[in-house]
Design a protein around this ligand. Structure first.
Ligand SMILES: *Cc1c(COP(=O)(O)O)cnc(C)c1O
Length: 439
């Protein structure tokens, strides 16, 4: 009699873990990869094989894995208090984080949650509730940009214009209005950037002329719509959207969940348009990729409309882990790392990587090369329908975690990637492109 061979972690995972954003049948013949250790930009599988984390573990990791300062901050906080409810109680990390975010953004009031989608929910609810509190309850609809992605809870799906994520739940969702985005790839040759922005802004204005009376807010992903396939649009559009929202008395919500925390070269992407939104949502990189944390920052004007003797005029939304002390400690350490001149370093790093990525920019199967800060994207010419999964598997075999979105290949590395790792990811991408082309 032999003891049965113990099942691998990967096999056990498929048996009991329902993986996110995954058709589980795909794992019938290719199980998920077990990661046993991570250090800097490198992940290590059970055999100790290094894999460069070219997408910052779904865009959350800013300063690498096993980051000493973030770890030390969490450990120190663990010895004081790990978590207490934030209703009626408070603690230093959440206060300090709120003060620092206020100083950096000019938005003085911070409401916390755990994930990006919850931040979207909070911003939408707060906006509509604001209008109710000021005597305009009919302003309760939302506008999003074409291809927008703001999370996948039922409320956030109202403004998430990605059919694959929304179609199955459409009957549950109060779908918002969608206006065009001035995607730089679609700009006709005989139309200059200013005119291209103006065309999109004019459509937004026509919508507002008709519907501002029932609209609470416009929600946008500033500069780059990552989940839509890294759609980039000019900063000037944000400035136009801000002006129109102000003119038509509609809130502007900046969903900086993916692009905030320095990813596009400034702490917030909307700084590049000189724009101050009514709400800013942050998550993903906020805690450096360590713990779930999100925040919605807003203005004195919004806050003031809730400040009252009447409990029901308050914003009663809560989550059990709102303002987790451990997550806030991680976020404070992350802000410290960003403050250490990292944003300036990032600009130099981006240029060095741009040079290393020249073979990708020039690749005959890639077009529309684009970069904003430390986000690169390329569109694959004539990509087969299963390009994304095949490419990801080929890249993984070559030591790079790269997961194209549809026919868009992108890379969004931690801010500490060095040239060796960048070369690994470039060569893995080139090899995977060849392999997929040959199939
Ligand atoms: C990831 C993302 C979200 C949702 O965040 P989760 O933490 O996954 O819920 C919302 N908006 C944008 C722009 C995102 O990239």
């Amino acid at each position: 009699m032999h003891d049965p061979v113990p099942a691998s972690i990967a096999a056990r995972s498929v048996r009991h873990v329902w993986h996110p954003c995954t058709q589980m049948k795909r794992h019938a013949d290719s199980p998920p990869l077990e990661i046993t250790r991570a250090e800097g930009v490198w992940l290590y599988d059970a055999q100790g094989r290094p894999i460069v984390d070219a997408i910052s573990s779904w865009w959350v990791n800013l300063f690498g894995h096993n980051q000493p300062r973030i770890k030390a901050a969490i450990a120190a906080q663990m010895d004081r208090v790990e978590h207490v409810m934030l209703a009626g109680l408070t603690h230093a990390p959440v206060v300090e984080l709120s003060e620092r975010l206020a100083a950096r953004t000019g938005l003085d009031h911070a409401h916390y949650a755990s994930d990006g989608a919850s931040a979207t929910e909070i911003a939408l609810k707060m906006s509509a509730h604001y209008w109710r509190n000021v005597g305009r309850p009919e302003k309760n609809r939302f506008i999003g940009l074409a291809g927008g992605y703001h999370g996948e809870t039922v409320g956030a799906l109202a403004v998430t214009d990605v059919a694959l994520f929304r179609a199955s739940y459409a009957p549950l969702v109060r779908i918002g209005a969608t206006v065009p985005v001035p995607d730089v790839r679609a700009q006709p040759a005989d139309v200059d950037e200013a005119e291209w922005v103006e065309q999109a802004a004019a459509t937004l204005e026509r919508h507002l002329q008709r519907h501002a009376g029932e609209t609470a807010a416009l929600i946008v992903e500033p500069l780059v719509q990552c989940a839509a396939g890294f759609v980039c649009y000019p900063a000037a559009y944000l400035a136009r959207a801000r002006a129109l929202c102000t003119r038509y008395d509609v809130h502007l919500v900046a969903d900086e969940i993916a692009v905030g925390m320095g990813r596009t070269g400034t702490l917030l992407a909307c700084e590049q348009a000189g724009v101050k939104p009514d709400f800013v949502c942050l998550s993903k990189g906020l805690s450096g990729g360590y713990l779930p944390l999100s925040v919605v920052l807003t203005t004195d004007a919004v806050y003031g409309a809730f400040y009252d003797d009447d409990v029901a005029r308050g914003f009663l939304h809560s989550h059990s882990y709102t303002g987790s002390a451990l997550a806030c400690a991680a976020a404070l350490a992350t802000l410290d790392l960003l403050d250490d001149a990292r944003l300036r370093d990032n600009a130099a790093l981006a240029l060095r990587l741009d040079a290393l990525f020249a073979p990708l920019h020039a690749h005959p199967r890639l077009r529309h090369a684009r970069r904003r800060g430390l986000i690169w994207a390329w569109d694959v010419v004539d990509a087969p329908s299963d390009f994304s999964t095949r490419f990801a598997a080929e890249a993984l075999q070559r030591g790079a975690l790269l997961r194209p979105i549809g026919a868009t290949l992108y890379c969004m590395p931690p801010y500490v990637i060095d040239e060796d790792a960048a070369v690994r990811l470039r060569d893995a991408a080139l090899g995977a492109l060849d392999a997929v082309a040959k199939w």
